[in-house]
Design a protein around this ligand. Structure first.
Ligand code: FAD
Length: 461
């Protein structure tokens, strides 16, 4: 019988022969940490996943809770991990988004969201199914926050964790051969610098703390940002706000002014300055008296627990030095990072990175010498500089992501990225740009969907 393409295939994963099994701590049980755990265990390593929360899913575990500091700059604020808003639907089609080892096909279970660009709850359910399928929960220590990862004299790693309740008796120190950092990078807000903001009387909030539009009812809101969150949140808020003004570097001059199809959304160039009478002045010469500025300006990489004696640092949002965005040459392969690249298909990239790390740690896949890795890293930085790409864009792969994925695939002996997936990714991007309101419910790549489902039937890695 022909397998039903809507039924998630059950993949049997034979353990690969492992030259050397290591003890490995993974920090975080989001999509990256779960994927790392699967691949590391498959390779024969002994894995412990530390997870601060009492559930898996990371970003995808939506919570209505927000932080005590709405712009997220106060270091003593309560930390809420997830940045999701209630109305969020994926910005990638599910065929593209899912892991290769466990395609994200519509589930037959009752109450599930079968849409091609589903709501966030469906992604969490999918990750739960994934963890269930591969028995990953048994590797996770829930409610365990890693507060220190430090190198010991014998080149091993001390991982110090505490139960979130914080009581003394709940602390735990353990030694590992290697640490894989999967703590996510959408929790520490980055704020726009605005001349005059000290005297401006309005409220500010970062999208990390945006959940629902209600608090913006009858308000005049300025939204800073040009990415998906700014697009989604401006539409969400425009249903209740008096006016929404979007300001971004990426808006072309020809598009400035009222956004077509909307009565109360305007597009502006960057903010020039803000003033004590509440005015926000834009570089295009227009100005509004606003109640709220909402920063949809992205996030900073943040590893408060990591102590590497200065070997790895975050400089202007570049984590470095890192060979292929993963290994610090001086500490390779004993410290690695999964999921740093931005503007990518995340789950796919996690799989490629995890396979490579697992194979390198067991000695099955060789790494170049530390000197060669360092030279490669420096050459990469110089090439960015020569092309005028700012440091903060170091991990932004965008159109280069599939070349990067396929480099990792070749190193690990995995099949390269499927042609249908690349085409579907670019097709979705085109649709998003041309129909930002409708791309999640209208598409024209039926042929690619069929190819994807054909592929899912036969996939076995
Ligand atoms: P996370 O999901 O953030 O998981 C990190 C985990 O580490 C968390 O569970 C956290 O509790 C844990 N942790 C952190 N610090 C510690 C510590 N010290 N000790 C123990 N545990 C710790 N991707 C898509 O593919 N499609 C989309 O449509 C999409 N939309 C997005 C929309 C928004 C608003 C955001 C913010 C992201 C979106 N993404 C999307 C990207 C998304 O982040 C990735 O899909 C993916 O969830 C990242 O997984 P991760 O495991 O790297 O990080």
């Amino acid at each position: 019988p022909t397998p039903n393409p809507n039924t998630p295939p059950h993949f049997r994963l034979p353990a690969m022969p492992s030259p050397v099994s290591r003890t490995i701590a993974v920090v975080g049980a989001g999509a990256a940490g779960l994927c790392a755990a699967l691949e590391l265990r498959r390779e024969g390593h002994k894995v412990v996943v530390y997870e601060r929360e009492n559930q898996i899913g990371g970003t995808w575990a939506y919570t209505p809770e927000i932080e005590t500091d709405p712009i997220g700059v106060d270091p003593s604020r309560n930390i809420v991990h997830s940045s999701l808003y209630a109305s969020l639907r994926t910005n990638l089609p599910r065929e593209v988004m899912g892991f290769r080892v466990y395609p994200f096909v519509a589930s037959r279970k009752p109450g599930r969201d079968g849409r091609r660009f589903p709501g966030h709850g469906e992604v969490l359910e999918y990750l739960r199914d994934f963890a269930e399928e591969f028995r990953l929960r048994e590797l996770v220590r829930f409610g365990s926050e890693v507060w220190h990862v430090g190198l010991m004299e014998d080149r091993k790693w001390m991982v110090r964790s505490r139960k979130r309740s914080g009581s003394e008796g709940n602390k735990d120190d353990e030694v590992y051969d290697a640490v894989v950092v999967c703590n996510g990078h959408y929790t520490e807000p980055r704020i726009a610098e605005i001349p005059g903001i000290e005297v401006w009387p309005g409220k500010q909030i970062h999208s990390h703390n945006y959940r629902v539009p209600d608090p913006f009812r009858d308000q005049i809101v300025v939204i800073i940002g040009g990415a998906t969150s700014a697009d989604d949140i401006s539409r969400d808020i425009s249903k209740v706000a008096t006016e929404v003004h979007i300001t971004s570097r990426s808006i072309e001059i020809g598009r400035l002014g009222k956004l077509s199809g909307h009565d109360n959304i305007w597009l502006h160039s960057m903010i020039n300055s803000v003033h004590k009478d509440g005015k926000v002045a834009f570089q295009d010469g227009t100005q509004v008296r606003a109640d709220v500025i909402l920063h949809c300006t992205g996030y900073k990489y943040h590893f408060p627990f990591l102590e590497t004696n200065g070997i790895v640092s975050v400089d202007d949002n570049r984590v470095g030095p890192l060979y292929k965005h993963i290994f610090p040459p001086a500490l390779a392969p004993w410290l690695s990072f999964i999921g740093l690249p931005r503007k990518v298909v995340p789950f796919l990239l996690f799989e490629f990175q995890s396979k490579w790390i697992a194979g390198v740690l067991s000695g099955r896949i060789p790494l170049p010498s530390k000197e060669e890795m360092m030279r490669d890293t420096e050459a990469f930085s110089s090439s960015l500089e020569a092309s005028g790409i700012p440091k903060g864009y170091t991990h932004r792969l965008d159109a280069d992501q599939f070349e990067y994925d396929d480099w990792l695939a070749a190193k690990s002996g995995s099949p390269l990225t499927e042609e249908w997936r690349k085409k579907m990714y670019f097709a979705a991007g085109r649709m998003k740009r041309s129909m930002p309101e409708m791309y999640r419910d209208h598409w024209d790549d039926e042929d690619l969907i069929s190819q994807a489902h054909e592929d899912f039937k036969t996939r076995s890695t």
